[in-house]
Design a binder for this molecule. Structure first.
Ligand code: HEM
Length: 230
């Protein structure tokens, strides 16, 4: 039994949990970004938009085996568990790192790695706060000025016509971009894929993915602010 406890306490196990939950969350973020692009597909008929049908499709997905909204709830519980474990293992790894590093070595820590881990921590907090606001804004409508359930296109256009709201979203998705970049980079490191040549490859791979996701998310508030989507 003690070996199970040892594995649980090891940094490797915590890194594995970070990596697996990170991949799950990355998959969600990528899928969500692609789904949001449906805002550019316009209306199906006078007051119904492709993105509204897509959102309804997420609620009827799995029928007749699943009831209305059940697929969405299963996904929500899965995501919540992934977010919880991701934060928990990040916190545990920080505690382990601080314990392992004697104070006298503190000044010798690489500037680049402390910068990256600080960015990850602050970025993670910004993303968490953003997601809480975002759920109250575009899912429940509590902090939206004129919210209508099921009218995703309309809710988005009204929301992002306010430059302050659009700017906040842009800031949040940009910090998500940095988080994804560092996250993907260290994911490959955890898999043991590092070395002079591999480092160049994983840096480029992480940058390309982070830029694609960030640009995709940014395109929606930018298109609405500039009147391209209205
Ligand atoms: C400009 C960027 C974004 C836009 C325009 C956007 C848009 C939306 C919309 C319209 C919904 C409601 C969908 C529905 O009712 O079916 C939603 C839900 C959601 N979004 Fe975003 N989103 C953005 C960025 C993000 C980011 C960066 C994250 C996570 C890091 C995120 C996480 C979520 C979550 C967890 C939900 C709730 C899904 C649910 O439980 O129904 N979103 N988003």
């Amino acid at each position: 039994m003690t070996w199970i406890l040892e594995i649980y306490r090891s940094a490797m196990a915590k890194k594995a949990v970070m990596a697996v939950t990170g991949v799950v969350l990355f998959g969600f973020v990528l899928g969500h970004m692609v789904g949001n692009l449906k805002v550019f597909l316009g209306p199906v008929e006078s007051d119904i938009y492709k993105i509204d049908l897509y959102a309804e499709g997420l609620r009827t997905f799995g029928a007749p085996f699943l009831g209305h909204g059940e697929f969405l709830w299963i996904t929500r519980f899965g995501l919540l568990a992934a977010v919880g474990l991701h934060i928990l293992s990040a916190w545990q790894l920080t505690v382990l790192n601080n314990k392992a590093r004697p104070t006298s070595y503190r000044k010798q820590t690489s500037q680049a790695s402390t910068y990256a881990s600080r960015t990850m921590r602050y970025g993670g907090v910004i993303i968490l706060l953003f997601v809480i606001y975002h759920l109250l804004h575009l899912t429940t409508g509590h902090v939206h000025t004129d919210f209508e359930h099921g009218k995703v296109y309309r809710n988005l256009v009204i929301a992002f016509q306010n430059p302050l709201v659009a700017a906040f979203y842009m800031l949040a998705v940009t910090s998500l971009g940095f988080h994804l970049y560092h996250g993907l980079w260290s994911f490959f490191q955890s898999l043991g894929l590092s070395g002079p040549r591999l480092d160049v490859f994983r840096r480029q791979f992480a940058a390309v993915f982070a830029v694609i996701v960030t640009a995709g998310f940014l395109s929606v508030p930018v298109a609405i602010l500039t009147g391209l989507v209205n």
